[in-house]
Ligand binder design. Structure first.
Ligand code: GTP
Ligand code: MG
Length: 200
């Protein structure tokens, strides 16, 4: 499950402009600022392959990165950005929903959940939408390094609460993993998980 090489392929502003080949891919999905772009950089051990920002709303397009010339990792715009206009939010939803419903080579969505905050309705709604549409999910709990930080941040408890809500709403239990793009926690485990899903 080693990453030997990664190359940025293209940015697409609509699903039908995405690369057309048979290589398997994984898509990073989650709220703005949850750490999607940072996780790509952590996985490939490069600082700024995917552009990150303290301000939400950094990633605006569908960005394809090709790993070891054999599989793609896809950076997507985040959802739930409070400052986005209603129009921009509508746009987000038709744009990314179109991608999910039509991308035959998608192996799994990596649904990123911020472990430093309590369960958010928008994340549960997203998981339910993907589930209803039979799109495979892996839950990736991010920012687990914040565990030892402030008293208000309780990743362990937040993750348990989230899983409980999923159990109540969902008839199967997707695989899940805890990560930190800062400490590297979970990196190797996630790469192994993705290689198992690709069957090599
Ligand atoms: P959008 O592109 O706006 O949807 O955001 P994104 O999900 O791509 O988030 P991004 O990777 O740009 O990270 C947002 C902020 O969170 C940055 O300031 C990162 O440094 C920080 N961050 C990301 N991952 C982690 C993590 O694992 N731990 C900590 N402590 N901070 C993180
Ligand atoms: Mg981003």
């Amino acid at each position: 499950a080693k990453v030997k090489e990664v190359e940025f392929v293209k940015s697409s502003n609509k699903p039908k402009d995405c690369p057309k080949d048979e290589r398997p891919e994984f898509a990073m999905l989650g709220r703005s600022n949850v750490g999607k772009s940072s996780l790509i950089n952590a996985l490939v051990k490069k600082k700024e392959v995917a552009l990150t920002s303290k301000k939400p709303g950094k990633t605006q397009l569908i960005n394809h990165f090709l790993v070891n010339k054999s599989w793609y990792i896809v950076d997507l715009p985040g959802y739930g950005f409070a400052n986005a206009s209603e129009a921009a939010r509508m746009d987000w939803s038709s744009f990314t929903k179109g991608y999910f419903l039509n991308r035959d080579t998608l192996v799994s969505v990596l649904l990123l959940i911020d472990a430093s905050v309590p369960p958010q309705k928008i994340d549960l709604d997203c998981a339910n939408w993907l589930g209803r549409n039979k799109i495979p999910i892996t839950f990736v709990f991010t920012k687990c390094d914040k565990m030892k930080g402030g008293k208000a941040k309780r990743p362990d408890q937040n993750i348990r609460d989230f899983q409980e809500l999923i159990r109540q709403n969902y008839n199967h239990q997707p695989p899940w993993i805890m990560i930190s793009s800062v400490s590297g926690l979970g990196r190797d485990e996630l790469l192994l998980h993705m290689s198992q899903l690709r069957n090599y």
